[in-house]
Design a binder for this molecule. Structure first.
Ligand SMILES: [Zn+2]
Length: 112
Protein backbone atom coordinates (compact mmCIF):
# COMPACT_ATOMS: atom_id res chain seq x y z
CA UNK A 1 0.00 0.00 0.00
CA UNK A 2 1.22 3.42 -0.91
CA UNK A 3 1.45 5.99 1.83
CA UNK A 4 -0.77 8.40 -0.13
CA UNK A 5 -3.77 6.14 0.33
CA UNK A 6 -3.71 6.77 4.05
CA UNK A 7 -4.38 10.50 3.81
CA UNK A 8 -7.94 11.50 4.62
CA UNK A 9 -9.96 12.38 1.52
CA UNK A 10 -11.09 15.76 2.83
CA UNK A 11 -7.52 16.61 3.68
CA UNK A 12 -6.36 15.56 0.21
CA UNK A 13 -9.06 17.72 -1.42
CA UNK A 14 -8.01 20.67 0.71
CA UNK A 15 -4.34 20.19 -0.08
CA UNK A 16 -5.18 20.06 -3.75
CA UNK A 17 -7.31 23.20 -3.56
CA UNK A 18 -4.55 24.95 -1.67
CA UNK A 19 -2.00 24.13 -4.37
CA UNK A 20 -4.46 25.30 -7.01
CA UNK A 21 -4.84 28.68 -5.32
CA UNK A 22 -1.10 29.03 -4.97
CA UNK A 23 -0.42 28.08 -8.59
CA UNK A 24 -3.26 30.27 -9.85
CA UNK A 25 -1.97 33.34 -8.04
CA UNK A 26 1.58 32.53 -9.15
CA UNK A 27 0.43 32.25 -12.78
CA UNK A 28 -1.35 35.60 -12.62
CA UNK A 29 1.72 37.14 -11.02
CA UNK A 30 4.05 35.69 -13.65
CA UNK A 31 1.72 36.98 -16.36
CA UNK A 32 1.89 40.44 -14.91
CA UNK A 33 5.64 40.23 -14.32
CA UNK A 34 6.23 39.31 -17.96
CA UNK A 35 3.91 42.09 -19.09
CA UNK A 36 5.72 44.65 -16.98
CA UNK A 37 9.08 43.45 -18.31
CA UNK A 38 10.46 42.13 -15.00
CA UNK A 39 11.31 38.75 -16.52
CA UNK A 40 12.88 39.83 -19.78
CA UNK A 41 11.70 42.01 -22.58
CA UNK A 42 10.58 39.42 -25.15
CA UNK A 43 7.04 39.23 -23.74
CA UNK A 44 6.86 42.79 -22.53
CA UNK A 45 3.60 44.58 -23.41
CA UNK A 46 2.26 41.32 -24.76
CA UNK A 47 -1.45 41.65 -23.93
CA UNK A 48 -2.43 38.23 -25.28
CA UNK A 49 0.13 36.36 -23.15
CA UNK A 50 -0.82 38.24 -20.03
CA UNK A 51 -4.54 37.81 -20.64
CA UNK A 52 -4.18 34.06 -21.13
CA UNK A 53 -2.15 33.67 -17.94
CA UNK A 54 -4.57 35.88 -16.01
CA UNK A 55 -7.58 33.90 -17.18
CA UNK A 56 -5.96 30.53 -16.42
CA UNK A 57 -4.85 31.77 -13.01
CA UNK A 58 -8.27 33.24 -12.28
CA UNK A 59 -10.04 30.00 -13.17
CA UNK A 60 -7.64 27.93 -11.08
CA UNK A 61 -8.36 30.17 -8.10
CA UNK A 62 -12.10 29.92 -8.76
CA UNK A 63 -11.98 26.11 -9.02
CA UNK A 64 -10.02 25.99 -5.78
CA UNK A 65 -12.61 28.20 -4.06
CA UNK A 66 -15.38 25.86 -5.21
CA UNK A 67 -13.34 22.89 -3.97
CA UNK A 68 -12.97 24.56 -0.59
CA UNK A 69 -16.74 25.10 -0.46
CA UNK A 70 -17.35 21.46 -1.39
CA UNK A 71 -14.91 20.22 1.22
CA UNK A 72 -16.63 22.48 3.75
CA UNK A 73 -20.04 21.09 2.88
CA UNK A 74 -18.72 17.54 2.97
CA UNK A 75 -17.28 18.00 6.43
CA UNK A 76 -20.60 19.49 7.57
CA UNK A 77 -22.49 16.38 6.52
CA UNK A 78 -19.82 13.77 7.11
CA UNK A 79 -20.43 11.48 10.09
CA UNK A 80 -18.05 11.87 12.98
CA UNK A 81 -16.27 8.89 14.37
CA UNK A 82 -13.72 8.43 17.08
CA UNK A 83 -10.44 7.16 15.72
CA UNK A 84 -9.52 3.86 17.39
CA UNK A 85 -5.85 4.59 16.93
CA UNK A 86 -5.36 8.11 18.30
CA UNK A 87 -8.72 8.68 20.04
CA UNK A 88 -9.47 11.96 18.26
CA UNK A 89 -12.81 12.65 16.59
CA UNK A 90 -12.42 12.59 12.84
CA UNK A 91 -14.81 12.79 9.93
CA UNK A 92 -15.63 10.09 7.44
CA UNK A 93 -15.96 10.88 3.78
CA UNK A 94 -17.53 7.91 2.09
CA UNK A 95 -17.54 4.41 3.51
CA UNK A 96 -13.79 4.14 3.64
CA UNK A 97 -11.50 6.94 4.68
CA UNK A 98 -8.48 7.61 6.79
CA UNK A 99 -8.16 9.46 10.08
CA UNK A 100 -7.40 13.14 9.56
CA UNK A 101 -4.86 13.17 12.37
CA UNK A 102 -2.91 9.94 12.25
CA UNK A 103 -3.85 8.42 8.87
CA UNK A 104 -5.35 5.28 10.37
CA UNK A 105 -7.55 3.67 7.68
CA UNK A 106 -11.18 3.60 8.79
CA UNK A 107 -14.29 1.92 7.44
CA UNK A 108 -17.90 2.59 8.35
CA UNK A 109 -19.59 -0.54 9.60
CA UNK A 110 -23.03 -0.96 8.08
CA UNK A 111 -25.74 -1.10 10.72
CA UNK A 112 -29.00 -1.20 8.84
ZN1 LIG B 1 -6.36 8.88 14.31
Amino acid sequence: MKNVDRISKIKRLRTWANWNIGLGILLMYIGYAFFAGYLGSFLEKNYLFMTILLIIGFFMTMVATVLFMISGMISMTAPQVECPSCGKVTKMFGKEDACMFCGQPLALSEEK
